[in-house]
Design a protein around this ligand. Sequence first.
Ligand code: HEM
Length: 480
Amino acid sequence: MFVFISIVLIFVYIFSTVIKPKKYPPGPRWYPFFGCFGLINSRMKQHGSQWKVLSEMAKEFSTKVLGLKLGNQLVVVVYGEKNIRQVTTEKEFDARPDSFFLKLRTFGKRVGITFVDGPLWREHRPFTMKHLRKQGFGKPPMEQDIQAQLNNILDVLGKSNGSSISIRTPMSIALVNIIWKYVAGEHIEENKLRQFLQFSSARSKAFTLAGGYLDQWPWLRFIFPNWTGYNIIKNMNKEILDIIEDAIWRHHSTVEGNDYIYSFLKEIYDNKDTYTEDQLKGVCLDILIAASNTGSSALDFAFICLLRHPNVQNKVYEEISRVLGDDTPSWSDNGRLIYTSAFLSEVHRLCTVAPFLGGRRALTDIEMEGYLIPKGTTILVSLGDLHQDETLWDEPNTFKPERFIDENGALKTPANLYPFGLGRRRCPGEPLGRCFIFIMLVGIVQKYRLQCNGPPPSAESVIGLLAEPIQFTAQFVKRL
Ligand code: HEM
């Protein structure tokens, strides 16, 4: 009898896991244990990325709110300007998912800024930004730091003598070194930084925001540490912690200074709540990861667009040489370099580095488009689809910088374009990201013509946690 009741209960339990909650958004059917995981994975080869699979699925179900279950986790994907605005502006969506994968990123603890919420996030996001600003973040000294890094990159290009090269890694090193100066008052030793950048890029390609095997079934890491990607995260964490712990140790043992780590240690010495060494490591890790691939990917996408559209490259160069001559570019030139700024907006639109915003967690039951999103659901926000929505953009698949210039030749404030997100969780690194991309692009095109040996690189990207261009090389030929 006991065995019979147990079997019945197991069946009832299994059956209950495939029943959708009332008014749950439309989506594919659920299977025991896996939900829609198997279906999504089986379509990955066809579409190339999870982001594209989900985008096609939303079209299949004619919905702007796609309801899924991955393993045992409810996941809703949100599309369209109105819904994206709701998620990014209403407080009920401010929280981040509390998953195994995300905690693994921060050495098993819920610390830092990017994937925490509530009082910890409300305290530490403003604290971090206040102390980075004190060091020059978002101010004229930051521009000078970018210009100094531009000179290093121009040296690299000069030494290449027009042979085919990739400047992705030097770009990442330049951006990380700028932000790390405000965080730790120093540059990172180059070999260590290169190693970390490699793991960071591998991790971004190996995982997806909608969760992977590791997220759904964490125990798989003991059996398949390579296949699940566990070893990539472990190796990246080792490299990154090495850099961070070394910097903190040096701050403990030297005289006082003003950078972010010193400011944080002061709070630890004063026994302030939530100021712990783990939290300090978490914030440093968030900043290093956020800066490691984003800026260099956006710039690589920009170079690919210049290579694929030689007439656009000519127009960008013509404007830069007419407006700036030989002057070093600065951020304030973006109002004068109309076509160049429109070009960059078009790159952000067509090659969105973050096709999904960072995941959210519903803090209450929430209604959207007449559906019910239950409390605790993970919410993914598709920025990439918004940027290619044919109801918002004329010929969305065509590269047309002119769409951002009005009939009087002035730059249009781009509506529906949010490469850095929007709302309270909008990217706090935006002032650095925008300024870096602009000064680097203008400074390089001003002095070098980009060309390639053979066909131009593909405009396709590798989409995992973020979108990265497929590796390519180009010749940077000095302009006479
Ligand atoms: C081209 C460069 C960059 C792009 C396109 C970019 C884009 C984004 C996006 C889309 C988000 C998610 C916003 C959301 O979930 O709603 C984000 C978050 C974040 N970014 Fe950036 N980012 C860039 C560079 C940087 C840099 C250089 C830093 C370093 C200071 C940075 C720090 C962060 C942090 C800490 C968050 C989490 C914010 C939070 O959850 O409150 N980002 N970024």
